[in-house]
Design a protein around this ligand. Sequence first.
Ligand code: PLP
Length: 409
Amino acid sequence: MSIATTNDLSILPLPSDQDASGRTFGTEEIAAVTAALKSGTLTSTKGEFTKQFEIQFAKIMHLEHAHACSSGSAALHTAVAAVNPEPGEEIITTSITDMGALSAILFQGAVPRFADVDPRTYNVTAESIERCISKRTRAVMVTHLFGNPCDMDAILELARRYSLPVIEDCAQAFLAEYQGRMVGSLGDIGCFSLQQGKHITTGEGGIVVSDRDDFARRMFLFINKAWGYGDPNPDHYFLAPNYRMNELTGAVALAQLDKLDFSVRQRVATAEELTQQIQSVPGVATPTIRSGNRHTYWKYCLDVDPAVIPGGTVALGKMLREQGVFCAPRYIQKPAFQCQVFRDQCTLGSSGFPFNLAAPEALDYSPELFPGTFEALARVLVLPWSERYEARHIDYIGKTIRDSVRALL
Ligand SMILES: *Cc1c(COP(=O)(O)O)cnc(C)c1O
């Protein structure tokens, strides 16, 4: 299936993560789904596939516990529920992230307190987090954006100093490494997504990981309506949804997990090749990666300098799109705190909960507090990426970038 919207033969259709062209489904997934169906057991409370997926994922992460759930957003909600903040307490997070990370905080009655990001890595830093710490801070939630690890030593040192648990949103960062250690295993809880566009996918799905028995127990319960499966006198111990993964999904997840290493290695190799090809293009900087870290390229981001390239990321993005490279200038367009849910505090009825409990400084979204965020969004150009890219795709993307920049200069 062609993804190009034009008949221009000079356009090379790129594999897309939204359909089979850019994904890795094969006989393994089909066999697994068939086996799950034939077993007649599609709930993970009784089946084997989801359980195996959890065991295998924990092993890959070198962690004690992994619990699968229905989405990355569910995983993040589960992580926040494990921390169990009091209503109105604050969880420090990032201004450039997926809404799933923020609704997770709000659903548990806590207030997202936004930290600014480094304009070159798009990630929160220990300094930007520290500026947000208050008496009400209950946890820190970092996002390893695009697959590039946050500077975890400094963040973990800070969190220890204030006795704050750290939740890592690894939805975009499967197998990314910070100084030789896997992200998701550095803080207290790691959260992953298996949504259609992630490194491996089941369409929708998620998983949480932890080495902490107390958090893992609470997460298992939260996913399961807090029903104490296996306990001598089980009950519904607290308020919790049904966030379970089903066995059809678990079967696909298990088959996809075997392909994770391939997916990541392919993405890294092709990304490094593109970096070589566009290294000397004026006004365009390739990803900033700390030495010793492994960026696993959920997407490949360019930093476009508008002082060099007239029209900056929007102009370059438009030209790339016209040539079939369906990139996203400015990524999420605006900082998360400018979304309607934050602007109008649309939550439960007309209560404004939990914003109505927040300290005023937690809701101060003045642009001057977020210079890194606005600079990052003004300059970032997000290229779609896939484990199915081949040399010819990279050559095409590289040439398209070089030619487009030359045309704009
Ligand atoms: C995809 C994503 C999520 C949400 O995952 P879903 O499975 O779509 O709910 C959360 N955080 C980040 C950073 C993501 O990229």
